[in-house]
Ligand binder design. Structure first.
Ligand code: SOE
Length: 391
C-alpha cells in the first residue's frame, strides 16, 4: 500500500549519547505509532567527516554534513534535532527556526537565561508561521510520570504540600575521570544543576502544574582538577595529558516554594556513589501521595490518604496497561519499557503536533522557566544561599 503521507525530513546535529538515543527514537517511532506524517532520517551533522559518516552509517542517517548551517539549508530537512552541548543550542535553534524548520532541542534549553529568552522570542514568532519547537525534557514521557501528572490533574492528591525531587548519579566519583565537556562551564553552562537538575525542576513543574517562585541553594565542586579529556589533551602545552580546572558544580541542593504554596526540595548530584540514574520525585498532598524512581521506571507508587489508615499505604502501580500513557503502543502488560522509549514518545508527540498545527510541550517557554530556576539557584548559591526569587 503506498504511503501518501507528507514526508518530514529530519536533520540531526550531534551524534554522542543524545544523538544515539534520538536516532533510536526516529528509527522506531513510525513502527509503533500512527503518525500524520512520515519522519525520514535525512541527514546527520558533525564536525568530523569520517566520524560523522561512521555514525550516520551505524545510526541510520541517509546523508552527512560537517556544517550544521548546511544541514539547516537542505531542502530534504524539515525538522532540526539539536543534540549538541548547550553552548550551541541558541545559535542552531534560532537559525533553524528562522529558516522555517521545526526544532526539537535537547535540554537544558540553553546555557543562560539571555540565550533562552532569545530562543523563546524566535520560537513564538516562528509558531505564528506554523513552525513548531519543543525542548527535550524526555522524563515527561515516562508513562509513570505522565500518569502522575494525570493523578494530580484529577485531584487525587488534593492540596500539594511537598515535592521531594532528586537526581542521583555517580559517574564522576573517580577523580581520574577526565574533564569532559559536561564539566566545563563554557560548554555546559553548569554541572549537575543544568544537566540533571534541569530534569527534576521540569518534572516537578510538569507533574504539579505549578512553578517554583523562589529558591535557596548550595552547590559544591568536590573534585576541582581533572585529567584533560582526550579531545582536549592534544591542545594542552606539549600535547601531554595535563589537568584542567572543573568549572561547574558537582552537586546542587536547593529548596523552593511552589506557586500553589507547597514546599519543594531538590538534590542533583553526580557523587551519589551507587546511584546510576536515580531520577526520583515524591509528592505529598492532602488526599494522597505519589512516588517515582526512574531506576524502577515502570512503577508508580500511590498512597490514597482518604482510605482508613488500616487499609492505606503506598501501593505499586505497574504502568504497563493499554490505558496508561504511551504503554499501549508497545508490549502486553508487565513487559515494561526503557529509557529509549521516552524519546520515541517525545518525537511521536512532536510529529503529531506538527501534523495538527499545535504547539508541542514542553515549549521553549517551558525551557525558559527552567532556565530561570537554574539561574536563581546559581545566584542564591553565590550569595550565602540567600532566598532568591525566580524571575
Ligand atoms: C548525564 O549523564 C545524562 O546523560 C543527562 O545529560 C541526560 O539528560 C539524562 O537523561 C541522563 O544523564
Amino acid at each position: 500500500m503506498t504511503d501518501t503521507r507528507a514526508v518530514l525530513g529530519v536533520g540531526m546535529v550531534g551524534y554522542a549519547f543524545m544523538g544515539r538515543v534520538h536516532s533510536q527514537a526516529w528509527r522506531s517511532v513510525g513502527a509503533f505509532f500512527d503518525l500524520p506524517a512520515k519522519p525520514v532520517m535525512a541527514a546527520l551533522s558533525g564536525r568530523s567527516a569520517d566520524r560523522t559518516a561512521a555514525a550516520a552509517e551505524s545510526l541510520g542517517w541517509a546523508a552527512v554534513e560537517t556544517d550544521w548551517k548546511r544541514l539547516i539549508a537542505r531542502d530534504d530537512v524539515q525538522i532540526v534535532d539539536i543534540c549538541t552541548p548547550g553552548d550551541s543550542h541558541a545559535e542552531i535553534a534560532i537559525a533553524a527556526l528562522e529558516a522555517g524548520k521545526h526544532v526539537i532541542c535537547e535540554k537544558p534549553l540553553a546555557n543562560t537565561v539571555t540565550e533562552a529568552e532569545a530562543m523563546v522570542t524566535v520560537a513564538e514568532r516562528a509558531a505564528a508561521r506554523g513552525v513548531r519547537s519543543m525542548v527535550a525534557f524526555n522524563y515527561r514521557r515516562v508513562p509513570a510520570v505522565a500518569l502522575a501528572r494525570r493523578f494530580v490533574e484529577e485531584g487525587r492528591l488534593g492540596e500539594l504540600r511537598h515535592v521531594r525531587a532528586q537526581y542521583l548519579q555517580d559517574w564522576i566519583v573517580d577523580p581520574e575521570f577526565p574533564l569532559v565537556w559536561r564539566l566545563q562551564k563554557d560548554k555546559a553552562g553548569s554541572g549537575a544543576l543544568g544537566d540533571i537538575g534541569s530534569h527534576i525542576v521540569d518534572t516537578a513543574q510538569y507533574v504539579t502544574g505549578q512553578l517554583l517562585t523562589g529558591v535557596s541553594a548550595i552547590t559544591e565542586t568536590f573534585v576541582k582538577e581533572r585529567p584533560l579529556a582526550e579531545e582536549s589533551a592534544g591542545l594542552s602545552a606539549g600535547g601531554g595529558q595535563g589537568t584542567g580546572a572543573v568549572t561547574v558544580d558537582d552537586a546542587a541542593l536547593f529548596i523552593g516554594r511552589l506557586s500553589g504554596g507547597g514546599l519543594a526540595s531538590f538534590e542533583a548530584t553526580r557523587f551519589a556513589s551507587g546511584r546510576k540514574n536515580a531520577m526520583r520525585i515524591e509528592i505529598n498532598g492532602s488526599l494522597g501521595s505519589l512516588s517515582f524512581d526512574f531506576e524502577a521506571m515502570n512503577e508508580l507508587w500511590f498512597h490514597d490518604h482518604t482510605l482508613p489508615a488500616e487499609d492505606s499505604g503506598f501501593r505499586r502501580i505497574l504502568v504497563t496497561e493499554s490505558g496508561h500513557p504511551y504503554a499501549g503502543a508497545w508490549w502486553p502488560p508487565g513487559h515494561g519499557l526503557g529509557y529509549e522509549h521516552t524519546f520515541t514518545h517525545e518525537v511521536k508527540d512532536f510529529v503529531e503536533a506538527i501534523g495538527a498545527g499545535t504547539d508541542p510541550a514542553p515549549s521553549f517557554a517551558d525551557g525558559l522557566r527552567v532556565q530561570r530556576v537554574l539561574a536563581a539557584v546559581e545566584e542564591s548559591a553565590a550569595n550565602d544561599s540567600r532566598w532568591t526569587p525566580v524571575s
